[in-house]
Design a protein around this ligand. Structure first.
Ligand code: AMP
Ligand code: MG
Length: 486
């Protein structure tokens, strides 16, 4: 057997999912296989390149041991409850136990219609498949918890979106695909038995240490809050905007999931948004922690019956847990942003310096990644000109640079340059690069995809031959909006 499935979700009651097989595609062709991830999953990387693997990754053949299903969930989208969502274009093939003994889902996305497809075709355009592959793998290389990409396949079929596009299938791996919306699915149906079953499943699979505490469901909530609070700080420290933080896109595992209209910012501004459907800026860069907290309040509501017998007591417990989110997030954010300027996070003065830099960046439209990249490079080159140029000759940066240099020189005994190198990537998947990759792929050239994917494996390392990828987009290359592409 090529993939050693060990399934557990399919053993839950049928209220959790619909059994459904992937629908074959016409002419599958492998674009990318992630050999490192395969190894981690105990899958032979050589096998992954085989014809048999391609048939499986395209959804043309159901492998032995798989138990394909579409997961049921609902969710709040842009603040409004949508009572039925579910996997409309994704199918969970099954689970494997990875090299670390951890259970991982293997899912195909774009693999055909399911009972949850509503009006959709169950397919994915190739563009979003390549985008998710690149960005999720880049996030992993940056050390941000995320779903992973095992393979990208071109289907040989056409999908109808705003235009006709080539189709694709993504093989996605996650610690689980259970979302806040999975809990909401049972809560709004008043199915308390299955809600408890789901909570128990999540505890056993993702938070087993909760079992040892006096109130495991409360501990579950606290742990999920902690992971999301940290995740939001990680996203923000790399200038990442998710773009569609609905409760059905909030994973209980704390992994970033569903890279639709996401983007790494070029010019910094806290109100920046990219999603073409986010008219009010609900999911703008600076709003992400507030929204994650809002999403987790929806999770807390579903857990109330499990937290305590008495409703008021349960509400108090949930509210107390929810109040932990802000301080945890703030601490994580502070630590990450002060590290970006080479300072230790505990001191108020360091945080103030980081914030005043961000203010000047927002006022001058400085490029987020390049600003920190040039500040880091200055530590070894001593040349502050590239850094100053990020601010388009703004006089405000001179005094900031002086205060920062003073602060750095007073700091002992840490190595600020090393701290900064670890906190400030040189390479991020910039939107204009991703779009160029997709344009090339649509005329059959996957070279740019492989080039970008390759360099993003080492985002913190200098790669002199590929220096051009560091650059911000020229004015005519700036991508102002991204689309779900569904
Ligand atoms: P997403 O935007 O990926 O978070 O998807 C939101 C919901 O729409 C989920 O229930 C998806 O399964 C469903 N959906 C998105 N695209 C399609 C499609 N092409 N066909 C069927 N369902 C879809
Ligand atoms: Mg989704």
């Amino acid at each position: 057997m090529s993939i050693a499935f060990n399934n557990s979700y399919s053993r839950l009651p049928t209220a959790f999912y619909e059994t459904v097989s992937p629908k074959p595609v016409s002419e599958p062709e492998t674009i990318a296989c992630n050999h490192e991830l395969a190894e981690e999953l105990g899958i032979d990387p050589k096998w992954l390149d085989s014809k048999e693997a391609l048939q499986i990754l395209a959804g043309n053949r159901v492998p032995d041991g798989a138990a394909p299903l579409a997961m049921a969930y609902c969710g709040h989208q842009f603040g409004n409850l949508v009572p039925q969502l579910g996997d409309g274009r994704a199918i969970l093939l099954g689970e494997v136990i990875d090299r670390n003994g951890e259970r991982r889902d293997l899912q195909l996305k774009g693999s055909g219609r399911t009972p949850f497809s509503r009006g959709g075709d169950g397919r994915s355009a190739l563009g979003p498949v390549l985008r998710e592959y690149l960005v999720s793998e880049a996030m992993a290389a940056l050390g941000v918890p995320t779903t992973r990409a095992l393979a990208a396949v071109a289907s040989g079929d056409r999908v109808h979106r705003e235009t006709i596009e080539p189709g694709g299938v993504l093989a996605r791996v996650a610690r689980s695909h259970i979302r806040v919306g999975t809990f909401e699915w049972f809560a709004i149906r008043n199915d308390s038995e299955n809600l408890q079953r789901l909570a128990d499943y999540v505890i056993d699979r993702l938070y087993p240490e909760s079992r040892e505490t006096s109130n495991p469901y409360l501990t579950l909530l606290e742990q999920v809050l902690k992971r999301q609070a940290r995740l939001m700080a990680q996203w923000m420290s790399f200038g990442f905007i998710h773009g569609v933080m609905n409760t059905d896109n909030t994973n209980l595992s704390g992994e970033t999931i569903d890279y639709g209209p996401c983007a790494f910012m070029d010019a910094y501004h806290p109100a920046k948004k990219f999603s073409s459907i986010d008219h009010g800026g609900r999911y703008a860069y600076g709003n992400q922690a507030t929204i994650a907290h809002w999403n987790l309040a929806r999770l807390a509501e579903t857990l109330l019956p499990l937290l305590a017998d008495d409703r008021d007591a349960a509400t108090d417990l949930a509210n107390d847990a929810l109040t932990t989110f802000r301080p945890i997030h703030q601490g994580e954010l502070q630590q990450r942003f002060t590290a970006k300027i080479g300072l230790a996070g505990e001191e108020e003065e360091s945080w103030e310096l980081a914030q005043s830099l961000l203010t000047t960046m927002a006022e001058t439209g400085a490029d987020f990644t390049l600003t920190f990249r040039h500040l880091t490079a200055m530590m070894s080159s001593g040349d502050d000109e590239p850094f100053r140029q990020c601010f388009k000759d703004s006089p405000a940066i001179g005094p900031w640079l002086r205060s920062w240099k003073q602060r750095i020189s007073r700091q002992d005994p840490t190595d600020p340059a090393a701290t900064m190198r670890q906190a400030n990537p040189i390479f991020i998947p910039r939107n204009h690069r991703i779009e160029a990759v997709i344009r090339a792929a649509y005329v059959g050239d996957y070279g740019p995809f492989h080039q970008l994917n390759h360099l993003l494996k080492h985002p913190f390392d200098e790669q002199p031959a590929l220096e051009e990828y560091e650059a911000a987009p020229r004015p005519n290359e700036v991508v102002a909006a991204t689309f779900c592409g569904t």
